[in-house]
Every structure is written in C-alpha cells, then in structure tokens.
Write a protein that binds this ligand. Structure first.
Ligand code: DAH
Length: 382
C-alpha cells in the first residue's frame, strides 16, 4: 500500500493504535514529500511554462485545500482519531505542516533548472559526395571531402616569392596595424605633405592606421637587420577605397628591398627585367618611366610588354601594348637614415607591386572583387 492509499484510510483501518505507529506513518509522508521535490529539482523542466506547471502540480498535490495530502491527513487521520492518539497525531500533523511549508513549493519554480534543449542525435547516412545513400559496407574506402585549392592571389604571391627566393632574397613580414610613424613619417612622408593624401587611410586613432602599403616594413627590417639587406615583403594592405572592378579596401602587395654597398639603378633594372621574364616569359620587354614616390629618388614605374599580344594591343593591355607592373626607385637617403643605415656607405633600391592586380592580369579577370567573395564556382577554376 502506498502512502497515498494510506491517507485515504483512518488510523483504525490501518491498524495503527500507538504513538510509534503514528510517527512512522508521518515519517513516511515526510520522506515522500522530500523525494518528490528532489526528483523534480534533479529532472528540471524543458521550458518555463512546463516548469511552472510541474511546480504547481507538486504544490497542489500536497497543499491544496481540497484533496491535498495534508487535507486528507486532517480528514482521515486527525479528525477521526481516538482520544489517546489525537494529541500525538495533532503534534505530528502540525510538524508535517510546518515542514512542508519549509520545502517552499511556491519558490521552487524559481530554483528549478531549465533543461538545455536536447541535442538531437542525427544519424548520418552514409552517402556519396552526390548525396546518394550507399550500402553500409564497412570495407568500402572512406568518403572523400571535396578538397579546396590554393587561392589565386596566394598562388600568385608564391610564384613571385619563388623567383626572388632563388635570387637570394628572403621573406619578411610586419604588422597590418601600423603606426603613422612607420607607415608615413619614416618613409619621408611628413604629416603636412600633400602626398599623404595619396593613400586613403583607415585611421584607428591619430597615431595608428591599417597600413596602406607594405613599405613600412622596409624601415622595420632595416632597424632589425641593418645592411646588407635583400628582402621581399608580401602582405595585406588597406585603403579607404570604394570597391569597384579594380579597387577593394583590402588588397595584397609585395615589397622588394635590396640594400648593399654600391647598389645602382642598373641593379634595379636588371633584377626587375629578370623577374618580369621569369614570370611572363622570355619574350617580354620591360619599360621604365620616371615617377614620384616620397621614399625613392629617383622613382619609376615599370611596365612589361603585353605577354598576350606581344605588345600589339589587346583587351588585357587595354590596347596599349604595355602592362603596368609596379612602382620602384632608389631608396631615398633620408629613408635609409630613418632605418639606421648610413647612406654614405650603403645604397639600395625598392619596389612595390599589387599581387591582386598581377593575378587579374595573369588570369584575365576583370573584377578584383571576385577574389574576395568566396564564391566556390569562381575559386575552383584555379
Ligand atoms: N608603396 C607604394 C604604394 O603603395 C608602392 C611603392 C612604390 C613601393 C615605389 C616601393 C617603391 O618600394 O620604391 O603605392
């Protein structure tokens, strides 16, 4: 007989006729209440409405005026109890009432933990790449995930790196969040100088920018290694450009820097001509035109004869026969000084090129944004 059956009978019907029997009945009740409460707490509830419902049900089962356990005990055990037992039953009943009150069923709702949404156990069907179910033959070879490929810009970067690595250059890198000192001042671009506006800059604060070019790493490397120095510096750069077919706020450059004794413009020309032939084929010719950059003097623009039409004029070279490759020049003595290198002892040349542009020219891609949209249909062509 459960305790719930027992509260529907009188003590007499239950054959309880002494204090010990009464006490053990009440002890049983107390234990049941405790258990029910503990069980509910440990189970928790899936959500708030359910939690409130479960807590109210527990409270009502014990405390409801009509039909609650306590009211049944009052009705069936206390009221009909004989003279000798009544005081014991009354005391026990009061104790039970106080005790159930202390369980604070009303407050239980706030304490009850909500269960986390159960994680659905999804059984993964064994499928082929095309999604067709295959029989569960465990001796079959494993399923292959489709492999990605090296991004065309990264691939271009590596091709360029390889050429310079073979010439004895090594690869250096620097921070993308850069001080205005390295990005501008140390490159001979003073704050008041209008050429600062040539770089549409993302400022983080008055003295910190997203680097607008890889040139600041020239200074960092000079400070770190001194001369002689033969390095290339690939990396991301940022400019406040509106995205269009040839601009994107983030893009990639490779900087080149050679510093040694007796370095001349002839070294610059020879190296870049060799580089262009390695990359675009023996047939191409290079063209050097004067230009201006604050950190080189003299400065130049390098172009290569169009490797598609051999200089005849086509879509790739925009009918000009030439493809612009990069800016370059002899490192300005002031820049050497900023890097801690004595311009009376050493000289050097430098260049900076846009890797994305190189990849566009090479693959005849007419929109730089395609590189960064992550569209697999575009990327898997490379
Ligand atoms: N830093 C220049 C730019 O982003 C490119 C450049 C030009 C780098 C000439 C050089 C250089 O090292 O000599 O526009």
């Amino acid at each position: 007989m459960t305790i719930y059956d027992k509260i529907e009978r009188t003590l007499q019907q239950l054959g309880v006729s002494d204090a010990r029997g009464v006490e053990s009945l009440f002890a049983e009740l107390q234990k049941t209440a405790e258990q029910e409460r503990a069980e509910l707490v440990s189970r928790g509830a899936p959500d708030q409405p359910q939690r409130d419902r479960l807590c109210k049900a527990l409270r009502d089962r014990w405390l409801a005026r009509k039909g609650g356990v306590l009211s049944r005990v009052d009705e069936n055990w206390l009221k009909p109890a004989g003279k000798e037992l009544k005081p014991v039953v009354g005391r026990q009943f009061n104790d039970l009432r106080r005790w159930t009150a202390s369980l604070e069923f009303e407050k239980l709702a706030e304490a009850l933990p909500l269960q986390e949404a159960p994680v659905k156990q999804v059984e993964l069907p064994l499928t082929t790449g095309a999604g067709r179910a295959v029989p569960r033959d465990l001796t079959l070879p494993g399923l292959r995930r489709p492999l990605g490929s090296v991004h065309p810009v990264t691939r271009m970067q590596r091709e360029i790196e390889d050429i310079f690595l073979r010439l004895g250059f090594w690869i250096e890198s620097g921070p993308e969040i850069e001080s205005t000192y390295y990005n501008f001042d140390a490159l001979n671009i003073p704050e008041s100088h209008p050429s600062r506006d040539d770089w549409d800059t993302f400022y983080i604060d008055a003295k910190t920018v997203l680097r607008t070019h890889t040139s600041p790493v020239q200074i960092r490397a000079m400070e770190k290694y001194g001369a002689p120095l033969y390095i290339i510096i690939p990396g991301k750069c940022y400019r406040h450009d509106n995205p269009d077919a040839t601009h994107y706020p983030m893009f990639h450059q490779i900087e080149g820097l050679a510093i040694d004794k007796d370095i001349t413009f002839a070294d610059l020309k020879g190296t870049l001509d060799f580089f262009a032939k390695m990359l675009f084929g023996e047939k191409v010719r290079t063209r050097f035109q004067p230009s201006f950059f604050p950190f080189t003097e003299p400065s130049g623009e390098v172009a290569v004869s169009c490797f598609v039409c051999d200089g005849q004029g086509c879509r790739v070279c925009k009918e000009s026969g030439w493809i612009e490759l990069m800016g370059c020049g002899m490192v300005h003595p002031q820049v050497l000084r900023y890097g801690g290198i004595d311009p009376d002892k050493y000289s050097g040349w430098a260049f900076g090129l846009g890797v994305d542009r190189f990849a566009m020219v090479k693959h005849d891609i007419n929109d730089i944004q395609l590189f960064f949209q992550g569209d697999v249909r575009f990327l898997e062509q490379f």
